[in-house]
Design a protein around this ligand. Structure first.
Ligand SMILES: Cc1ncc(COP(=O)(O)O)c(C=O)c1O
Length: 462
């Protein structure tokens, strides 16, 4: 039985897919502090214009530059694998496929966008990029890409992950980046937070504020900021995952997946695998599409769809998204990459439209699935990825109970070889489950009261 479906370099997709072109309800624009849509020029101190053009593009297919492809060939096309050992263990009639994004140099899907982002910055004459990182995967990916393209890279790493994942910061150093814990004393945003709470575990929202502040503070104009998730251009770059998966499912003789699953922090690996199939669903295919988030940071499952800032210091424009409020500091769970108060607006608009079925799982449940995975398939997954595995297991069990041969596809967003401390805590029975109470969520949503509200209009087709 075949368990690996491999494409050759010549089969790599040459274009990215832009879901904005097909969403039945149009995307709502980011807003400035005055509540009016922001212009591309207003973003120019933060991002280079070639990236801003992609951010606002409505074009369905966008060419991948040849030089970017030549770097992606180092690990792409990534394998599609069939999890037959997990299938046997679960005694399920379902066929479970997973796209293995752990094979990239940084160990996750993140380099799929780090490489084009660094490349576009270089084309625009930028010399230095600042960014934030949660689990450290994104920081590593950007460090790797900047190193290949000869750019300087500065990473603000969320404090809790900086302490929990010491090897990630060493990887960034190997690739020549400078990584500091956030909140730091290097920025006004960081100093303000430390004054309020010197022991804060930090959050992606805080680290983003620091990275943007430092980018725009460079008066030479040679520094820009880069975001590893959430924004439209990041979702776009990640669609190479789902586009490859489509070709590979065809190689496996599958007409279509019945269920597509990805874990969702800011939404990028989920969007990457899901958006090409969301396109099929919009055009009539019967596919269930499931983003999975942690119960400790339940953005899609419990946050309202609202305009909110992407960061604590309110430096980003207002984005239409599901949110727990920009001041929400998620509990220090080990899936650091899923600790974000907001979500990609493209994912959120598709959720509003009813095209997706968000789920949440607790930390211990996710680690139980990671253990089943490691003891059947053999690989040790990233704590973020274990959320997707949990839903894949749930769906495979449901298929068994219903006696149906479903095709399940999920994104294996990264390996967990740098995240073993979380596994140690789980094995020692020391992991805590968190779930914010309704009152806590209400408290963090208070700052949204005066902000504009996006339309929740939908076609009602799904
Ligand atoms: C392995 C892995 N999976 C998933 C995520 C979540 O991010 P996103 O939702 O943007 O894919 C991260 C983020 O750091 C990650 O490192």
């Amino acid at each position: 039985m075949m368990v690996k479906y491999l494409l050759s370099e010549k089969d790599i997709p040459k274009q990215w897919y832009n879901l904005a072109a097909d969403l039945p309800t149009p995307m709502q624009p980011p807003l400035g502090p005055d509540g009016r849509p922001i212009s591309p020029e207003m973003l120019a101190p933060v991002f280079p214009m070639n990236i801003i053009e992609q951010e606002v593009s409505q074009q369905r297919w966008i060419d991948i530059p040849q030089e970017v492809l030549e770097i992606l060939y180092r690990w792409r096309p990534a394998p599609l694998r069939r999890a037959i050992f997990l299938e046997k263990y679960l005694k399920t009639p379902a066929r479970i496929y997973y796209k293995d994004e752990s094979v990239s140099p940084a160990g996750s899907h993140k380099p799929n966008t780090a490489v084009p982002q660094a490349w576009y910055n270089k084309q625009a004459g930028i010399k230095r990029i600042t960014t934030e990182t949660g689990a450290g995967q994104w920081g590593c990916a950007l460090a790797f890409a900047c190193n290949l393209l000869g750019l300087e890279c500065k990473v603000f790493m969320v404090r809790i992950s900086f302490d929990q994942k010491p090897f990630r910061k060493l990887m960034m150093r190997v690739w020549g980046a400078n990584c500091v814990a956030s909140p730091s004393t290097e920025t006004q945003a960081g100093r303000d937070i430390l004054l309020q709470d010197p022991n804060t575990p930090g959050s992606l929202g805080i680290a983003i504020s620091e990275a943007i502040e430092q980018a725009v503070a460079d008066k030479t104009g040679q520094t820009r900021y880069s975001l590893g998730s959430v924004l439209n251009h990041v979702m776009l770059h990640q669609t190479i995952i789902g586009l490859e998966a489509k070709k590979q499912l065809a190689m496996a003789g599958e007409k279509k997946p019945d269920i597509v699953i990805g874990c969702a922090g800011g939404g990028s690996n989920f969007a990457g695998i899901a958006f090409p199939f969301v396109c099929d669903k919009i055009h009539g295919e019967d596919i269930r599409i499931i983003p999975v988030e942690p119960a400790a940071c339940p953005t899609l499952t419990r946050g309202p769809f609202s305009y909110d800032h992407g960061d604590v210091a309110k430096m980003t424009p207002l984005l239409p998204m599901h949110t727990l409020g920009h001041t929400f500091v998620p509990p220090p769970i080990h899936a650091g990459g899923l600790r974000y108060h907001g979500m990609a607006p493209l994912v959120c608009q598709a959720v509003v439209e009813g095209l997706m079925e968000p789920r949440s799982v607790t930390q211990n449940r996710a680690y139980e699935s990671a253990m089943i995975w490691a003891r059947t398939e053999g690989m040790i997954c990233a704590p973020e990825t274990s959320h997707a595995i949990t839903s894949a297991i749930d769906e495979a069990i449901k298929a068994r109970e219903e006696g149906k041969e479903k095709v399940i596809l999920f994104n294996y967003s990264g390996h967990g070889l740098m995240d073993l401390l979380g596994y140690e805590k789980f094995l020692d029975g020391k992991l805590t489950d968190y779930s914010p109470s309704d009152d806590e969520i209400k408290k963090f949503l208070l700052p949204l009261e005066g902000l504009p509200k996006p339309s929740t209009q939908k076609t009602g087709k799904w």
